[in-house]
Design a protein around this ligand. Sequence first.
Ligand code: FES
Length: 156
Amino acid sequence: MATGLNRRTALSAAAAVAGVGAPLLAGCGSDDSTATDAGSSAPSSSAPAETPAAGGAESTGGDVFAKTADVPVGGCAVYSDAKVVVTQPTEGDFRCFSAVCTHQGCLVSSGSEGVIPCNCHSSQFSLEDGAPQAGPASAPLEAVEIVVDGDDIALA
Ligand code: FES
């Protein structure tokens, strides 16, 4: 029975620590299906130097940080390095927002439940415009411009 108390105490301590570290962990909401990010050493080097796209003198220039296939239809994928969340409200329609929750600054999480969830205090944001839909957050996530080129997603 003492073990129960010890375990409870340990869990409380862990929760306290997690409370402090939660923003970072939540950002890694990329418990990754998407995550080449969290992987070991930098697979992001898969784009060694941008190949000059046919047709595009437009060096809108951002690095490719995501693949369309990583973003579920009706869901979102968080890219913690860029601190953005990419959504796909309907097939082929990609949008991007700051992943920093407007409530208290945690990074929102990836999900496929029709909203952008923030696991810190259960806020939820619209996949379409980042507007708050539930929870304590009252301001929308800031929109971020992206360029979708084939299956690559880059910051604009
Ligand atoms: S920081 Fe996102 S709900 Fe509180």
